[in-house]
Design a protein around this ligand. Sequence first.
Ligand code: HEC
Ligand code: HEC
Ligand code: HEC
Length: 470
Amino acid sequence: MEAMKVRRFCLPFALSLLLPVVFTASAANTTDNSSLIAKGKYVAIAADCGACHNAPHNAAEMGGGYIITSPLGNIFASNITPSKIAGIGDYTEEDFSRTVREGINKQGQHLYPAMPYTSYAKITDEDMHALYVYFMQGVKPSDKPAPVTALPFPFNMRSGMAVWNRFFADARPFQPRADVSEEVNRGDYLVNALAHCDTCHTPRNAFMGQDNSKALSGGNLGSWYAPNITPDKNSGIGGWRDEEIAQYLKTGHVAGKAQAAGPMAEAVEHSLQHLSDSDINAIVAYLRQIPAVHQGESVPRDGMGAPADTEARLRGLSQVDPGWKVFSSTCANCHQDNGQGNARYPSLFHNTVTGAPQADNLIATIIYGVHRDVNGEAIAMPGFGPDAFYTDRLTDQQIADVSNYVLKNLGNSALNVTAEQVKTVRENGKPPLIARLADPTVWGIAAIGLLILLGVIYSALRKRKHHAAA
Ligand code: HEC
Ligand code: HEC
Ligand code: HEC
């Protein structure tokens, strides 16, 4: 504008007559683009690119640096601002689409599947175009490079990912089904492509590939466990009403049922709460009609437990229970003596975390707490793990004791938590087989052997394909 004004004064009168024409034309152009940018921004929010590419503590938007702890070591999300020095400023739309869909960046490097390209492969061309325009024109460039990922050998050989992709990545674009409604198709696209619910909720095999024969039936995320969300009445969320699922996705809270902590809280905070009601309803409609996966539970997770009988404990009869000691001094001021909570703090019975068939999320909640900003309101439970800041830290044994107290009195009494298990959750969960194989001292060799073996199978398959093509 400034430049234009100056120039207008210097221009001969005849030319200045033309200026309004030029100006209107370019204004029309920007409005066109701004709706495309807005669309791309919505796609980026639904796909939650910011979950990983926005580092916390007011760093540059999409500037990268967020650490994704993986069983193989720390992986840093890249700077994906349009900076030509540190970001993706020199990416063409083709480079961008290849990176997001196939996990191969402009430099030809294979990305680790911590970047959910296996889900993003299904993003439509139309959404990909809007996403590209948004990243190039709607995001501010930041010239600060993100830290470099250095996984241990052999996982630093990124070419190994080509073999993995061959087996576990499905690069086919989204295909709407003819036999279901438009709403269910939209939900399918959101769940399995943009919002990538599958990357967390679908179990993985020993090679960290998704086991889609049991889609959305529960996945291990290291410290946290993403539960079964298939329509099975007891193992999944078949007993939830449509409005309850929608409310959970929009707010992360359904009284007397469930709260969102950990990675789910992040998904709600950064992505799901910003989706349109019609998109949330489409997700619910899709989840309703996927195959139910039953895993043996006879009671739903949110149907376990009852208010604890605190009489005897208050009279000192069971002072021997070390879990009660921790509970009464650390948890009861918010969740109440008998665990029923109040308007602000959730009940610890009829709670999917205490009634779950595995204690991971209970342990992780006690270690890390709950943090979720929804509709401008902060919901917070402090963490009590070794990094606890505002609260007294609990030892692994104390966390095991209080978990057992909660489970025995308020939740799934069949479970028993050990200090060892708390340590494992704290140290990011049981690593999958492929990472255990990479233990450098003994099994490193086996892992390399495995990769070579996969490489051999891969080239054999390729030869077969070439033969078939010839
Ligand atoms: C769950 C975490 C996560 C999400 C969500 C995510 N990314 Fe990434 N992304 C990563 C990680 C980690 C890397 C670096 C991977 C590596 O080093 O192999 C990466 C790398 C990239 C790169 C490559 C940059 C380069 O210079 O090599 C691009 C481009 C990219 N992401 C774009 C996106 C876009 C666009 C979205 C949303 C549609 C998105 N990412 C969502 C984790 C994520
Ligand atoms: C980054 C991983 C991640 C993503 C992505 C994710 N979830 Fe979750 N989800 C979790 C975890 C972990 C929990 C358990 C949270 C807790 O109990 O505090 C959870 C809990 C849930 C629950 C509650 C289940 C219960 O029994 O309490 C529902 C419903 C759910 N997710 C649906 C979805 C849907 C639908 C999507 C996609 C739109 C999605 N999630 C995306 C990790 C994820
Ligand atoms: C300062 C208050 C406070 C204290 C102390 C506290 N909590 Fe919480 N707790 C909360 C809040 C707030 C939530 C989340 C409510 C929501 O998400 O809507 C929560 C949620 C939970 C959940 C559900 C988590 C989920 O993902 O669904 C469990 C389980 C839990 N607390 C257990 C405990 C235990 C065990 C202790 C003691 C070691 C404890 N809390 C101490 C406030 C507290």
